[in-house]
Structures are given as C-alpha cells and as structure tokens.
Ligand binder design. Structure first.
Ligand code: TYD
Length: 210
C-alpha cells in the first residue's frame, strides 16, 4: 500500500466535513486505513494554536496569523500526516496549504508566493496528491453558517470582500494545477458531490492499494 494524501478546501460552510466522512467510509469499504486530520488543531499543540488564531481578542497582525497557521501545520504534518502516509494510510485532511494561500495570501493580501513558501518550509514540501475544492458563493456559505453557529471565528467574521478574494484564490489555484485540484459546486446535494469525488479518485485509490 502506498499512502495517499487528500485535502478538502473551500469557504466556510461549504460542507467539507460531510464529504470527508463520506469519502472515509468509501475508502474504508475498500480496505484502506483512513486517518482524518484537520488544520488548524489536528494535534495537542495545534488545539492551543487553533484557539489562539481563531479566538484571540485584540489586533493580530496578518504575519502573526500566517505564522500561527504555519506552526500548526508543521506539527500536524510531522507528527500525524507523514507517519500515516508512511504506513500506507489514506489521509483525509480538512484544510491545508491552499487555505493559507487563499486566506492569508489573498484574504489578508500577504501574497500567494510567500505564503506558499512559508508552508512548504513548515512541512518540508509535502504536496497533497489530490485537493478537492468545494466552491460556494460566500453569501450562501454565510447563510449556512448563520443557521448552525452561535459564535464566529476571526476569519468567519471578515467582510464579504475578504471571502470573495478567498474564493477567487481557490479557483485560480485550481485552474493553474488541474492535475492536483478538482472543483465541485458545493451547492449540489451531498450525494452528488460525493459521486463527483469518487469518480475522480477511484483509479488512484485502487492503484495505491497494490
Ligand atoms: P475550520 O476549522 O476548517 O473552519 P470551518 O469549519 O469554518 O471551515 O477553519 C477555521 C478557519 O481558519 C477558517 O475560517 C479558515 C481559516 N484558515 C486560515 O485562514 N488559514 C489556514 O491556513 C487554515 C488551515 C485555516
């Protein structure tokens, strides 16, 4: 078995966790070990970093924010993701480098190249095998969140233009690298989204099972 690293990306409220669960079931039914991970907050240290980056009050500079996400990522990749991939597991991760490029690079306007370079350094250059972008109009994502949340994190609380920049950055990255990315309309029913994901990964997952 060869490990396989799948990341899920998209705006807030795009349904990533539902799809992560459906995808995990599908992989497990094919006899694969599945490891779920998430950023920020996939490790014990990461849980503390997550609280800091999402819920600190008072001004946080964009560079501080970017470094906190990168620190969380370094810990997660070294202690959770790489060991799992080395065992041959399928790792399904909620958010990764592309979140930083979209939110800090585009949303906070720190620039895609520098933010990507920071994360590549943090992870010793671990690139996902497949990245699924659940694309959703930010207004629609907001409505979904309003229905399910009582408190909003620092990023969710940003204005609509911020989330429009995030969305445009994802679509740009996906258009630049169609080998790694698949973009799916997050407004589709969950079962249709799942089917689109499976159509894309069935061959790859079976090839890595040998
Ligand atoms: P997440 O826990 O995935 O929240 P949600 O369930 O709303 O998708 O992520 C928390 C927030 O962190 C989310 O608003 C996106 C943001 N984020 C970044 O800004 N940069 C990053 O590198 C990551 C991983 C997340």
């Amino acid at each position: 078995m060869t490990g396989f690293f799948i990341t899920l990306e998209g705006g807030d409220g795009s349904g990533k966790s539902t799809q992560a669960r459906l995808l995990a079931e599908w992989c497990e039914n094919r006899g694969r070990e599945v490891v779920f991970s998430r950023e920020p907050g996939g490790t014990e240290l990461g849980v503390k970093l997550r609280e800091l980056v999402l819920h600190s009050t008072g001004y946080m500079t964009p560079r501080t924010e970017a470094l906190l996400y990168a620190a969380d990522r370094a810990q997660n990749i070294a202690t959770v993701v790489r060991p799992a991939l080395e065992r041959g597991a399928v790792v399904i991760q909620d958010r990764y480098i592309d979140s930083s490029v979209a939110y800090q690079g585009a949303g906070r306007v720190l620039g895609a190249d520098e933010i990507r370079a920071l994360s590549m350094w943090a992870t010793e250059n671990l690139v996902p095998d497949l990245t699924i972008v659940l694309d959703l109009d930010p207004e629609a994502g907001r409505t979904r969140l309003d229905a399910s949340r009582t408190r909003f994190d620092r990023l969710e609380s940003e204005k609509n233009e911020f989330h429009e920049r995030v969305r445009a950055a994802y679509l740009h990255m996906a258009a630049e690298d169609p080998q790694r990315f698949i973009v799916i309309d997050a407004a589709l029913p969950p079962a249709d989204i799942h089917a689109a994901i499976i159509a894309r990964i069935v061959d790859i997952v079976e090839a890595t099972a040998r």
